[in-house]
Ligand binder design. Structure first.
Ligand code: ATP
Length: 233
């Protein structure tokens, strides 16, 4: 459903991504693994339109989205759950969710009901300030906010960051439920446990270049990926 083709991007004189190519299929949740600084967040920014592609293309379900604005990409079906969650702490849970739907105008009751069915904790706390939620709950809110735009593809930038194993397990379960509804998933991670719990396809990014691409079971099982690319030796 998503095809990244020879994508290059960077900041000023620094080129961070060098002709990156891979695909994400709807029924194959995909993880992009890479060490700190490999370019994972940069990739999320280019796919969601926050920084421009310098070369190459991005195709979503047959449509070239390389030159669309960030809002147009959300409308086309891409929702980013950004690194560090970026929820608005002084706004309520419900107001944060409302922002996720902005490209479609004011969300109807069914929009809220659908995410509250998936995240009962957010329904209970919908009128509280988001800043009062725990880290794991804020990550759930960031996920729920992304779902408010009714995406075809969910782009998750290191959702496990700073969370306890129990919260990470809950994220895995939730993302798997979302994937089961037919939403494509591209997870950018360093956490192998989360990657193994979600992904069926894996891509490894090393200093801005794809160095491995294949079934997650093969790539993540042996520990070779962890040793060589995630600096865990
Ligand atoms: P991390 O896991 O630490 O978030 P990452 O794989 O997501 O790492 P990026 O954040 O994409 O990596 O960073 C890749 C490179 O781009 C790094 O060398 C970083 O210093 C540089 N970089 C990232 N953001 C900017 C920016 N806004 N301006 C200039 N350079 C940047």
């Amino acid at each position: 459903m998503l095809r990244i083709d020879g994508l290059s991007a960077g900041y000023g004189r620094l080129e961070v991504l060098h002709a990156v190519s891979f695909t994400v299929e709807r029924d194959l949740p995909t993880v992009m693994l890479g060490a700190n600084g490999a370019g994972k967040t940069t990739l999320c920014r280019v796919i969601s339109g926050l920084i421009p592609a310098r070369a190459g293309g991005i195709v979503l379900d047959g449509a070239d989205i390389t030159r669309l604005s960030p809002a147009e990409r959300v409308r086309a079906g891409i929702a980013l759950v950004p690194e560090g969650r970026q929820v608005f702490p002084d706004m309520t849970v419900r107001e944060n969710l409302r922002l996720g739907a902005y490209v479609h105008g004011e969300p109807g009751r069914t929009g809220f009901d659908a995410v509250f069915a998936m995240f009962p904790i957010l329904a209970q706390r919908q009128n509280q300030r988001a800043g009062l939620l725990s880290g794991g709950e804020q990550q759930m809110l960031a996920l729920a906010r992304a779902l408010m735009s009714r995406p075809r593809l969910l782009l998750l930038d290191e959702p496990s960051q700073g969370l306890a194993p129990k919260a990470v397990a809950l994220i895995a379960e939730t993302v798997n439920r979302i994937a089961a509804t037919g939403v494509g998933v591209l997870l950018v991670e360093q956490n192998l446990i989360l990657a193994q719990a979600i992904a069926r396809h894996a891509v490894v990014l090393e200093t801005g270049t794809c160095v491995a691409d294949g079934p997650a079971g093969d790539l993540l099982a042996g520990g070779a990926v962890a040793d060589s690319y995630l600096g865990k030796t």
